[in-house]
Ligand binder design. Structure first.
Ligand code: URA
Length: 244
């Protein structure tokens, strides 16, 4: 395995630690490599062989990166695009790696949870038509949800004449006296057809005005992440996605 710099290793393995944060840990003498305190951020190591510890807690090395992005509107879920900024451009330098890509898409105008990873096997499993990993979305509509919509979603509706959808859940929220009465809901899909939620609501005579993905499998979008921000997935979150 090629050697990498210690600050990059730390920022790539520890959620909530940026390259600057890593340098601070090093300066404070909190990091050991193979039992020796190392303060130099440019110390090189083989990540598969070196035993790195922070405050005496050994960091178990993960080969792949799993990144939660809170996608803003106006960027596309692609590795590169000639015309439009991509989700990859939102990554801080310490998390940029060849082989990273968005595992699943959100439309350019949709916001919320996008998983970026270089784990091709996991992405393939999540994206394959047979995977059915549930994805939950918060949706704001132009008009109140029609009475028949929840049942139509539940029974597996047909969109654009011949595209059959898997059963989906539609939960109406905001049943108070506000003007958004019945115009906000959560939808859980078990597949990912092109513009699926927009097309499902269009089939009920409604229109989506705002769409945010809030959960993938058992992992919920971190509400501490502002739009455009990223963080590494925690160990338990990675396990939950891998075991889906
Ligand atoms: N459904 C849509 O219509 N758009 C998205 O971005 C995701 C789900």
């Amino acid at each position: 395995m090629p050697e990498i710099r210690l600050d990059k290793f730390l920022a790539g393995q520890l959620p909530d630690v940026s390259r600057t944060g890593a340098k601070e840990l090093l300066k404070k003498g909190l990091v050991t490599v193979d039992g020796e305190t190392v303060k130099r951020y440019d110390h090189k190591l083989d990540p598969e062989k070196a035993v790195v510890a922070v405050s005496e807690k050994v960091i178990s090395y993960r080969e792949h990166l799993y990144i939660m992005l809170n996608k803003p509107a106006g960027v596309v879920c692609a590795v590169r695009d000639k015309l439009t900024p991509t989700v990859m451009e939102l990554l801080p330098p310490e998390l940029r790696r060849p082989g990273l890509f968005p595992a699943g898409r959100l439309d350019k105008d949709s916001v919320g949870f996008v998983l970026l990873t270089d784990d091709g096997e996991l992405a393939h499993r999540m994206l394959s038509p047979s995977s059915h990993v549930p994805k939950r979305y918060f949706v704001r509509l132009e008009k109140p949800v029609s009475d028949d919509a929840p049942e139509l979603f539940r029974s597996g509706m047909t969109i654009d004449e011949d595209e059959k959808c898997l059963p989906a859940e539609l939960e109406i929220c905001g049943c108070d006296s506000s003007s958004d009465h019945n115009m906000e809901c959560f939808v859980t899909l078990h597949e990912g057809k092109f513009h699926q939620i927009k097309r499902m609501f269009e089939a009920t005579g409604n229109s989506v005005v705002y769409l945010r993905r809030v959960r993938i499998g058992g992992v919920t979008l971190d509400d501490k992440l502002s739009e455009g921000e990223v963080r590494l997935l925690e160990e338990n979150e990675i396990k939950s996605l891998i075991s889906y």
